[in-house]
Design a protein around this ligand. Structure first.
Ligand code: ATP
Length: 270
């Protein structure tokens, strides 16, 4: 069970330079997660506690997972990811145990970064108790809080959680000693998008007519993940056309296609 829910990666490849448009958030993550791992003595000397856990919140595909991986890379740590939704939906009755296993695994692999994606799945406001799994969800969250509370000798483990639904969170998890540092990770602005285009085309054979500044202008509202998808799709257009060079028109067509697909998906949902 553990293997299917937890993803363990020894020093992930992602670095801060791979993340575009959220420089402020990178600085904040470095200060709150990286510093306690690399210079714990500083916090002792000054006499303050580093944050217990950091919560990244914002729309999907904005780089939250990348940020957590980049910290692990920078601190030479093992990255251990668990998705809140998988925890409670797939393995009823196992949630609390899996949380214990997660922290045990992290202790074995110190230094480690624990990343809990979709934390809202185990830490939502208890507005509806219709769902039968509710007590189970509750137990899973209590176990997480108790692991964090008992973390005085935290050593070389940091805890990062992420959510797309900040408003749904149970405020109990935001108390001091828990996820007491909040970092909003928004969609990129126009300059951020340009930077993300540059990052994701680093190894692409891009033609001279490609204008990233202009693409950044036209792809309003695109997330980092959307920009990446545009680049890959643009490459596919070139391949279908039997070309090895990717033109501006390919990027434009890719954006059209991705917008269309997203519109269709939204129709399916409603
Ligand atoms: P989710 O909430 O859906 O889990 P997330 O915020 O964790 O999303 P990531 O998994 O970090 O998003 O991003 C998905 C992919 O999109 C990344 O692997 C990367 O290729 C691309 N991406 C997203 N944001 C950025 C960014 N700011 N800079 C560069 N690439 C990005």
């Amino acid at each position: 069970v553990r293997a299917r829910v937890m993803q363990v990666e020894r020093k992930p490849e992602v670095s801060y330079a791979d993340i575009g448009g959220i420089d402020e958030q990178i600085d904040e993550v470095r200060e709150t997660v990286e510093m306690p791992l690399t210079s714990p003595g500083m916090f002792d000397a000054v006499g303050i506690e580093p944050p217990a856990g950091v919560l990244l919140y914002g729309p999907p595909g904005t780089g939250k997972t990348m940020l957590a991986k980049a910290v692990a890379n920078q601190t030479d740590a093992t990255f251990i990811k668990m998705a809140g939704s998988e925890l409670v939906h797939k393995f009823i009755g196992e949630g609390a145990k899996l949380v214990r296993d997660l922290f045990e695994l992290a202790r074995q692999h110190e230094p480690a970064v624990i990343f809990i994606d979709e934390i809202d799945a185990i830490a939502s406001k208890r507005t509806d108790s219709k769902t039968s799994g509710d007590a189970e969800v509750q137990r899973t969250m209590m176990q997480l809080l108790s692991e964090m509370d008992g973390f005085d000798e935290r050593g070389q483990i940091s805890i990062i959680a992420a959510t797309n639904r900040f408003d749904m969170l149970d405020r109990a998890i935001l108390r001091p000693g828990r996820f007491d540092r909040l970092i909003e990770v928004p969609k990129p602005g126009v300059e951020g998008r340009e930077r993300i285009f540059q990052i994701h085309t680093r190894s692409m054979n891009v033609a001279d007519d490609v204008d990233f500044a202009k693409l950044a202008e036209t792809t309003e509202d695109a997330s980092g993940a959307d920009v990446k998808a545009i680049c890959t799709e643009a490459g596919m257009f070139a391949i279908r056309d039997d070309r090895t060079e990717v033109y501006m028109a390919d990027f434009e067509a890719a954006w059209e296609k991705i917008q269309q697909e997203e519109a269709e998906e939204n129709e399916d949902v409603s």
